[in-house]
Design a protein around this ligand. Sequence first.
Ligand code: ATP
Ligand code: MG
Ligand code: MG
Length: 569
Amino acid sequence: EAPLKQDFVRQIVRDDLASGKHDFIRTRFPPEPNGYLHIGHAKAICLDFGIAAEFGGTCNLRFDDTNPAKEDPEYVRAIQDDVRWLGFEWHELRHSSDYFEVYYLAAEKLIRQGDAFVCDLSQEEVRATRGTLTEPGTESPYRNRSVEENLDLFRRMRAGEFADGSRTLRAKIDMASGNINMRDPAIYRIKKVAHQNTGDEWPIYPMYDYAHALGDAVEGITHSLCTLEFEDHRPLYDWCVDRVDLAGHPELMEPLVRRGVPNTAAKPRQIEFSRLNINYTVMSKRKLMALVQAGLVDGWDDPRMPTLQGIRRRGYTPASLRLFVDRLGVSKQNSVIDFSVLEGCLREDLDATAPRRMAVVDPLKLVITNLPDGHEESLEFPNHPKDPSFGSREVPFSAQLWIERDDFAEVPPKGFKRLVPGGEVRLRGAGIFRCDEVVKDEAGEVVELRGSLDPESRPGMEGANRKVKGTIHWVSARHAVAAEIRLYDRLFNVADPDDDSDGRTYQDHLNPDSRKVVRGWVEPSAAGAEPEHSFQFERLGYFIADRHDHAAGAPVFNRSVTLRDTWAG
Ligand code: ATP
Ligand code: MG
Ligand code: MG
């Protein structure tokens, strides 16, 4: 059984259940559908869904779709796909835009309470009067409009009478607050843009902080987890929740109840944790979007992208990501995680779950001269060295093999343990081979090795036990299937591509060797795999049959991760 996870968020939940503050917990994952999810979001997903499940509660997937300009149904679909792929299922699928009517009624309530006013200042004027960290802001000249005038103007904003940006509804809080978020922040703006969910119905849209807080309250979220940059927004979050008091005002929930949504409104609590940062990558939707649009990667699901769609295609498994998030834990401490930690989690998962196969990515012909030319046999190989439940497979063997070019050295570097002229090497599972002849082409390049297989060293024979320094893998040239093999590496060649202090941007730090496509050879049982099946290609690394491009007759494999950490920085 997994040990109980201990962190400050889970401790709060435990305490709230123990004290009776809550007898049931509700969380939500609230992405804005303005891009694809990335590894950072995986942390939030694992916490929101994971904590709900651990404590017998529920987690909603809520699209915080209050900014019509940047949102798209394509993202809405991809996000659902990603959450399910990670292994989670939402209790309910919600859209913040489904609550627009509730938000609107809540805003009228704020106006009637004297807690909000319609302001005619332009965006620039608002910015200029907001003050600074050390200087208080200046009150808007429209701040003391009467409730009647505010209600009239707000209703006319809603009716579409005014131009974009000409007016806002602002919360009336405190222009001298030490927290700039509390200096009469806008809660509605005029924006005559069609919305992916509500179409042309609304000419005004609620601002993020207001909508987010009320969205949580509508759903009765008990613990609203978000990243640390929202810590300074918490006073505004609490202000919105308290002043509107959805739980105490069922009439505000009427628009939803009429549509059959039960009223579960309650007061939520926001809890912030540190975001996940990883080196050698960028994780902002804006920058990822720019890479796609500039054609610097092959789309959102390019296997080098840190998007969930990208790393899925790269061969990352849901289990490896959950392991990664668990291993990092949850805290308020900001840090940058080394990319190798993520890779280590993938190796750990695939070591246990990926069957072994043989493949050659940089082929050199090897001919066994003491076997008849047409010799063919079938050798039985275990599919996993440590787990017999994986069973075994037949691997075709013949007198002509492909081996890796760098498993041979004419002039061996010091400590070289593989094949050299006149030397011996063990051909994995087949016997001991001695290199008698090195065949070169006119340019002097080695094109073939010829030699003999020790007949006393075949599998199961006494002579197979004699010591030779190296063991190399191979595939039978006659039986292997040609495969496109994509050797991926890190997308950036500096640890912090976001650092532009030297005038160079992240786009200047792309690793030119992040993708190499080669033609290799794989044993038949790998070629026939279904898309998205992962293997360890012995001695090379973990590879996945490409989700889109792989077919049994024309295999395409992506390298997910090498066997060991080989990154030189
Ligand atoms: P980005 O800044 O990359 O554009 P975002 O924060 O704007 O992402 P949202 O769609 O608003 O993206 O995020 C949904 C949830 O995921 C939020 O609760 C947010 O706090 C969380 N989240 C986003 N990035 C990270 C991260 N790097 N680590 C942990 N949680 C994150
Ligand atoms: Mg956001
Ligand atoms: Mg953001």
